[in-house]
Design a protein around this ligand. Structure first.
Ligand code: FAD
Length: 390
């Protein structure tokens, strides 16, 4: 038997692609190295995903949004950017785009669970867990995958969706530009005394970067970026000592704070694949573009890759053409690069400028925020970008 599509990696991007391609007469196989129980009931991983209106629309279309429990979805109304100890904040408000909210925050665990459930309902998607692909061989009309244990699978189109450190990308001989920011990000949920007013904070302090993502009630996801050994020290603190230190780091702007979840840490490495496609293969999600989380684009871009690749494949299918023809894949690569490359570069530049604590840059970025605050069209533009339906 030959599959039409084999997807390696049943993370949110791989699962969403399988769902997007389902119901069109294609046979789809998803290959995942984790156990199925980890997909069915994913553990809390500290990630709260800020989703734009366009991403919400796609998740609704895929039947995932409806599966998210209300308590796992929080409104993100406004956002503010702060610099150093100054109380001045650049404000991006939903109202500037005539919208009620900039987007939503959804726990990554809830997205993964909803995506798994949506795929369970697809009879044409076969999910195979605890498998490893040991070799990939290209033939003119198909790709052959060898699994650990020797089993062979054949597919017309191979999709890599196995994270920013994608082994499949490497097996395909596709390189990636990696940018190691040399810092680690600590994420956890915290209760706090003062209200967040559904406003996200990005606070480029001196020697640290803090973010606050408003959840339901007086609880937020707190994101702290520091050198790795500092993060290790913070993770090892007992809950009370950690809370006191976070209150101090937040300058007590949120009043008393209390740890409300486990603490998770992520090393900050950006990745952009040298090529988004190859012969009969395509890269999606973080395997294609692994963003620094500061601008919250990662999974939004992942969903963009799902939308673009599925549209290209299904259009070819409707024309009764080869779904992995070079022209089909080139169209996807062109569109996805255009949508992501400028923002990938701009995000990395922003991180470099806003985490460099030399005096001229500290002054420049403070001035930059004040200039931007006065530029209503710029702020409206950002708000419209986030709230546009797609
Ligand atoms: C702290 C943090 C905060 C974030 N916040 C946001 C945000 O606000 N907004 C946003 O849009 N994005 C955000 N992101 C990014 C978002 O989490 C990722 O973009 C998204 O999870 C990528 O999904 P993916 O399916 O491509 O990859 P992954 O989630 O990495 O999933 C990859 C899957 O492939 C499997 N796998 C790996 N290797 C193999 C293999 N060799 N064989 C088989 N299976 C394999 C893994 O087990 C996993 O299931 C954040 C990320 C972090 C770290």
């Amino acid at each position: 038997m030959i599959h039409d599509v084999a997807i390696i990696g049943a993370g949110p991007a791989g699962l969403c692609l399988a769902r997007a391609l389902s119901g069109q007469g294609l046979s789809i196989v998803l290959l995942e190295r984790q156990a199925e129980t980890a997909l069915a009931d994913p553990a809390f991983d500290g990630r709260e995903i800020a989703l734009t209106h366009a991403s919400q629309a796609l998740l609704e279309h895929l039947g995932l949004w409806q599966r998210l429990p209300a308590e796992e979805v929080a409104v993100l109304r406004d956002a503010q950017v702060l610099n150093g100890p100054s109380l001045f904040a650049l404000k991006i408000e939903a109202g500037q785009a005539g919208a009620e909210r900039l987007g939503h925050l959804v726990a990554n665990r809830a997205i993964r669970r909803a995506a798994y459930e949506a795929v369970q309902a697809c009879a044409d998607v076969q999910l195979r867990c605890e498998v490893a692909v040991t070799a990939i061989r290209h033939h003119e009309r198909e790709v052959e995958l060898e699994l650990a244990g020797g089993e062979l699978l054949r597919t017309r189109l191979l999709v890599a969706a196995d994270s920013r450190f994608s082994e499949t990308r490497r097996q395909l001989g596709i390189g990636a530009r990696l940018k190691d920011f040399g810092k680690t990000m600590l994420v956890c949920r915290m209760d706090h005394e003062k209200p967040h007013r559904q406003t996200a904070w990005e606070w480029f302090g001196y020697g640290q970067t803090l973010a606050l993502l408003p959840l339901n009630g007086e609880q937020s996801s707190v994101v702290l970026t520091l050198p790795p050994r500092e993060i290790e020290r913070l993770r090892a603190l007992d809950e009370d000592a950690f809370a006191r230190e976070m209150e101090r780091r937040f300058d007590r702007r949120l009043g008393a704070m209390r740890l409300a979840s486990e603490r998770h840490a992520y090393p900050l490495v950006g990745a952009y694949a040298e090529k988004l496609v190859g012969p009969r293969c395509a890269l999606i999600g973080d395997a294609a573009v692994g963003m620094h989380p500061v601008t919250a684009h990662g999974f939004n871009f992942g969903l963009g890759s799902v939308q673009r690749l599925s549209a290209a494949v299904l259009a070819a299918r409707a024309r009764r053409e080869d779904i992995a023809a070079p022209s089909v894949l080139a169209r996807y690569a062109r569109q996805h690069r255009l949508a992501t490359w400028p923002l990938y570069q701009a995000t990395n530049l922003l991180v470099d400028v806003y985490t460099d604590d030399r005096l001229p840059l500290k002054l420049l970025r403070g001035a930059g925020l004040r200039v931007a605050q006065g530029l209503l069209p710029l702020k409206k533009g950002i708000a419209r970008h986030l709230t546009s339906p797609g």
